[in-house]
Design a protein around this ligand. Structure first.
Ligand SMILES: [Zn+2]
Length: 67
């Protein structure tokens, strides 16, 4: 299972949790305060540099459920 990073909207604690891809939107409760107001964290400066990347606009593709 992939590892996702979540951020608590109540206390701002960032924690990681292993979730299934189909359950990544179902954020687990905060490990610090137990709040369920958590959201998927967005790694802003995780992928910097590299070279040879195709920088394009985010294309919204229709996700029709799946496994
Ligand atoms: Zn919290």
């Amino acid at each position: 299972m992939p590892l996702y990073e979540y951020t608590c909207r109540d206390c701002g604690t960032r924690f990681e949790a292993m979730r299934r891809m189909s359950q990544r939107t179902e954020a687990p409760p905060c490990e610090a305060c137990g709040s369920e107001q958590t959201q998927l964290g967005m790694s802003s400066s995780a992928f910097v540099g590299g070279g040879g990347g195709s920088a394009g606009a985010c294309s919204t593709s229709a996700w029709t459920g799946g496994g």
